[in-house]
Ligand binder design. Structure first.
Ligand SMILES: Nc1nc2c(ncn2[C@@H]2O[C@H](COP(=O)(O)OP(=O)(O)OP(=O)(O)O)[C@@H](O)[C@H]2O)c(=O)[nH]1
Length: 389
């Protein structure tokens, strides 16, 4: 497991930034309901203020009733999820999801605002809906995550309620969920064991580092009356072995949103995750973008080739443009200085004569002196102008 070392000083000390790392790091706070996302957001916000690097804050939870910090952009200012529930006849989860969908349609504008502040902020904090699956398994959640990740170094902070994860089964469920989010987003990941003021997270670190320790604790708690391990325990034991690989790619930190403990370790882990974004995620993103651009270019060429082929007629086929495709004929006429058959030349001559005659008439009429109405002779018709030829 990747263990961050506490930094010498706070986040403002990251002076040796490269050109690309000048962009703010987006920290997406994701976690089960009640894990402490909102409280942690408040703690991170106040910590960053003490470090003189106030963050830019986005709130994507339309149902949050009490927010102990002020968000720069708040979904609740755009969509009222209760009104959405009423209008669309939805339950609370449907209302939250629809509100998020509606907000996502304007997310390019949100990105624009964040980009405007990119030079002046180091961190963008994003709070997500309490119902974790609304964000992690919805199309709008994926669009928001991808949009942020394609514009800024983006890191997932997966927040875990430590006191409620001491049971091996709960721990395993939580880790499997984290694993699914990691594989879905492929973004750098930090496991944040929150509420360490109530329960230190050492047990979790031990379970993650040593699957046998997990197995031991599992066995100690989960034997039946005959002293045998249950099927579920064997399954979890096997899974912990499988998850070793997953753990080895993670950073885990313990924090207390309540007391502020662990903030330096948290930002140190975020900095490592940012580097991982630059070294792993960004090149892959650039490669995919280049690949897509190349694909679009080759699609364009294919379409053009197909179009040209469609316009070229084979003998016996009718062609609305005559014996040659229209553009081909025009090109040929221009290249060769005009039509080559006697008939075509005659047609062209007639056309030129007609055009000339027309021009002359127009010229005559336009260039004549306007008549003096008073001296104009009037005849039976009263009109002698223009002068008859
Ligand atoms: N002791 C302790 N309590 C905490 C800590 N962080 C959060 N809490 C408490 O946990 C409860 C849930 O915290 P929230 O911040 O509302 O959690 P949330 O994940 O935003 O909740 P949802 O909005 O429902 O998803 C609150 O009662 C907090 O006071 C912590 O570090 N230590």
């Amino acid at each position: 497991m990747a263990q961050p070392t506490p930094p010498i000083s706070g986040p403002s000390s990251h002076q040796n930034v490269t050109e690309s790392s000048k962009k703010p790091v987006v920290i997406l706070c994701i976690g089960m309901a009640g894990s402490g996302k909102t409280t942690l957001m408040q703690r991170l916000n106040s910590y960053l203020h003490t470090q003189s690097t106030p963050p830019y804050i986005l709130n994507l939870d339309p149902a949050v009733t009490h927010m102990p910090y002020t968000a720069n952009i708040d979904i609740r200012d755009t969509v009222d999820y209760k009104e959405v529930m009423k209008q669309y006849n939805l339950g609370p989860n449907g209302g939250i999801l629809t509100a998020l969908n509606l907000f996502t349609t304007k997310f390019d504008q949100v990105l624009g605002f964040v980009e405007k502040r990119a030079e002046s902020v180091e961190y963008v904090l994003v709070d997500t809906p309490g119902q974790i699956e609304i964000f992690t398994w919805s199309a709008s959640g994926a669009i928001i995550t991808d949009s942020l990740a394609s514009s800024f170094p983006t890191v997932i902070a997966y927040i875990i309620d430590t006191p409620r994860t001491t049971a091996p089964a709960t721990f395993m469920s939580n880790m499997l969920y984290a694993c699914s989010i990691l594989y879905k987003t492929r973004l750098p990941f930090v496991l944040v064991f929150n509420k360490t003021d109530v329960e230190p997270h050492d047990f979790a670190l031990e379970w993650m580092e040593d699957w046998q320790a997990f197995q031991r604790d599992l066995d100690a708690r989960g034997r039946d009356e005959h002293g045998e391990t249950s099927y579920l325990n064997s399954l979890m034991g096997s899974m912990s072995l499988v998850l070793e690989e997953f753990y080895s790619n993670l950073r885990a930190v313990g924090v207390s949103a309540m007391t502020g403990e662990g903030m330096r370790a948290f930002f140190s882990a975020i900095e490592e995750a940012r580097k991982e974004y630059e070294s792993d995620y960004k090149p892959e993103l650039d490669r995919l973008t280049a690949e897509r651009a190349q694909q679009t270019e080759s699609d364009k060429k294919d379409n053009l080739a197909r179009l040209m082929k469609d316009m070229t007629v084979t003998p016996g086929q009718s062609n609305p443009f005559g014996p040659h495709a229209r553009n081909e004929r025009e090109d040929r006429d221009m290249d060769e200085g005009g039509p080559d058959s006697e008939e075509e030349r005659e047609i062209q001559r007639q056309e030129e004569e007609e055009a000339e005659a027309e021009n002359e008439e127009t010229f005559d009429v336009r260039d004549m002196e306007p008549p003096d109405i008073m001296t104009m002779p009037t005849g039976r018709t009263g009109m002698r102008w223009p002068r008859p030829q």
